[in-house]
Design a protein around this ligand. Structure first.
Ligand code: PMP
Length: 361
């Protein structure tokens, strides 16, 4: 008899459901379901990838020094405190693998990113969900939920899928109040969309218990290349490097990211365009009777009046060739998360939601 079974807890893991990119029977869809940059990556990144293809028979850099140096220069950070991952998902994995085991607790917020729970469970740890206040992180609730078993607290700021964020003073208060064995992970996947926000980098420099994660998947338009990075105290970097596979990023990914991070004009243009279109989209939805929270990221969380209405609206949009994201698994069954696309995409999704609210099905 077959006795091959995974370790306890693995089968409790809910499979991660990414944003859909296809609708059966509908061609030319507009994808607004994965918070990608609608303008793609900067040109320089594409050129670098073309050049790097000539090196595909070579192993990539194992220490990512060139990329870490570029990130350090652009963000004013110490490259020795940077670690690169196959998406920031992988940095989340490193942290759970290195710092948690069975019996440990990993805190995430009520409407927090799905990978925190998944990674915690892979490591055998117990995810602990902390309520938010009207879809905004509640620092007091997090502090109240901490126990002697709490090893990691994950906080996305801005948060996905709500788009809301908390100020640095609140985050500092959280870091200050944590138990001595707990590491605070500030997930800055959307940090570049907030002008003047450093994702918590300064806090990492002044505290032993804070780590920041970032990604090239969002504003840099490189989701398909899988590149993320973390900034952490040196001791934490040393720990994570023991868990990291030696060649976890490909030559092409490293080349793309190095060129992209240096293109600060591109980031600024993308941020400004996102702000303009996000503001427009939120107002247009409101005019159609669909409110959303004040988003600080590259998506809006449109709140329909019931789970049934959200389901019907999602299905209607799909028939119109528009893919948005249902966020039922994030405890938000009446909401639809809509990525900020280019202008025609924003106009189309607002128009279709208007028709839906007017009764079209
Ligand atoms: N954190 C948050 C809050 C996210 O929304 C995402 C992507 N959806 C990630 C991390 C992971 O991004 P990646 O692995 O592509 O860097």
């Amino acid at each position: 008899m077959n006795k091959i079974v995974p370790k306890p807890g693995i089968m409790d893991i809910a499979l991660y459901e990414g944003g859909k990119s296809k609708v059966d029977g509908v061609s030319n869809v507009i994808k607004l379901s994965s918070n990608e940059n609608p303008f793609g990556p900067p040109e320089g990144a594409k050129e670098s990838v073309r050049r790097a293809l000539h090196e595909m028979h070579r192993y990539p850099s194992g220490d990512h020094l060139a990329l870490r140096t570029a990130i350090g220069e652009v963000h004013g950070l110490d490259p020795a405190r940077i670690i690169c991952g196959n998406g920031s998902d992988e940095i989340i994995h490193f942290l759970c693998q290195a710092y948690t085991a069975k019996g440990d607790e990993v805190i995430h917020t009520e409407h927090g990113f799905a990978m925190y729970k998944i990674s915690a469970r892979v490591s055998g740890a117990t995810p602990v969900e902390v309520p938010e206040k009207e879809r905004v992180t509640d620092v007091d609730a997090i502090l109240a939920a901490c126990t002697k078993k709490t090893k990691l607290v994950f906080l996305a700021n801005p948060n996905n899928p709500t788009g809301t964020m908390v100020g640095l003073a609140e985050i500092e208060r959280l870091a200050e109040g944590l138990p001595p064995q707990t590491l605070l992970v500030l997930d800055g996947a959307y940090a570049e969309y907030v002008e003047g926000y450093d994702g918590g980098a300064k806090l990492v420099e002044t505290r032993e218990n804070v780590v920041m994660t970032r990604t090239f998947s969002k504003i840099y338009g490189l989701g398909g290349m899988r590149i993320g990075w973390g900034y952490a105290p040196k001791a934490v970097i040393d720990v994570m490097n023991r868990v990291r596979g030696p060649f976890n990023l490909s030559n092409v990914a490293l080349a793309a990211a190095e060129a992209a991070v240096r293109d600060t004009d591109y980031v600024e243009k993308s941020r400004n365009e996102n702000l303009r279109l996000r503001t427009w989209l939120a107002e247009a939805l409101m005019e159609h009777g669909v409110p959303s929270d004040t988003s600080t990221a590259n998506f809006v969380l449109a709140r329909l009046s019931s789970p049934e209405e959200a389901e019907a609206c999602d299905a209607y949009l799909q028939r119109q060739g528009l893919i948005v994201r249902r966020v039922t698994g994030y405890g938000l069954p009446s909401a639809l998360r809509i990525s900020v696309g280019d202008e025609p995409a924003c106009r189309r999704v607002a128009h279709c939601i208007g028709l839906f609210k007017a009764g079209e099905r």
